[in-house]
Design a protein around this ligand. Structure first.
Ligand code: AP5
Ligand code: MG
Ligand code: ZN
Length: 214
């Protein structure tokens, strides 16, 4: 099964993608997580990406597309994946379509996790992230068992550099300008599934499993 997660920054794409990956036994591919791992390891790609990410801007398409195309070549992605944070622009979606056409495959579901902007800022300020394994927590809604420590791998949790309120506002603007048009793009392909992302974590997940229908 090939799934795309759509939604504003902080809508819960990563949270739900992890649960989908576990349930359907497909890899979770998050471009944001890949960029953050590169920043942590101080790679060339990480240095380039950080300059854009810290300002709430998108990393240029050419860097992002080649990264995802390389990831698709890993054997675990052969039978499907859940994409989180990609595609994020129309050119990225078109490159994905071209790659899928080459393999004779297609996207099965594009799940839009809908959360209004007003609810996003509160979610972001409470978020804590593990850069080592990509797990996400929220001080109030999804707290780790031990404060500041990842439940899954024991690494320290961070407040992301791009979760400051002024950067979140910039990311929301970039989302509305460049990413929101993808909702219509996938609606036209007949694969768009809408879920109400303002509900609790488990409630959102049951809406998703219901629309995936498997
Ligand atoms: P990325 O890491 O993808 O960030 P994003 O899209 O802005 O989304 P977030 O990860 O912030 O939010 P999310 O929807 O995953 O929400 P989460 O589950 O964490 O990208 C970061 C940057 O990298 C971009 O700005 C860009 O610069 C660059 N980049 C990445 N991909 C790119 C691409 N394709 N092209 C170009 N540039 C790219 O949830 C948020 C919080 O809310 C958490 O604390 C969570 O615990 C909590 N929460 C989740 N669901 C609920 C719920 N139902 N109720 C209560 N709390 C909830
Ligand atoms: Mg995320
Ligand atoms: Zn971890």
């Amino acid at each position: 099964m090939r799934i795309i997660m759509l939604g504003a920054p902080g809508a819960g794409k990563g949270t739900q993608a992890k649960k989908i990956a576990e349930r359907y036994k497909i890899p979770h591919i998050s471009t944001g997580d890949i960029f953050r791992a590169n920043i942590k390891n101080e790679t060339e790609l990480g240095k380039k990406a950080k300059a854009y990410m810290d300002q709430g801007m998108l990393v240029p398409d050419e860097l992002t597309i080649s990264l995802v195309m390389d990831r698709f070549k890993e054997p675990d992605a052969e039978n499907g994946y859940v994409l989180d944070g990609f595609p994020r622009t129309i050119p990225q979606a078109e490159s994905l379509d071209a790659a899928l056409r080459e393999d004779g495959s297609q996207i099965d579901h594009a799940v839009n996790v809908d959360v209004p902007d007003g609810a996003i800022i509160e979610r972001m300020s409470g978020r804590r992230a593990c850069v080592n394994c990509g797990a996400t927590y929220h001080l109030q809604y999804a707290a780790p068992k031990k404060e500041g420590v990842c439940d899954h791998c024991g690494d320290g949790l961070i407040l992301r550099d791009d979760d400051k309120p002024e950067t979140v506002e910039k990311r929301l603007k970039v989302y509305h300008d460049q990413t929101q048009p993808l909702i219509e793009y996938y609606a036209q392909k007949g694969v768009l599934k809408e879920v109400d992302g303002t509900q609790g974590l488990e409630e959102v997940f049951s809406q998703i499993t219901a629309v995936l229908g498997e």
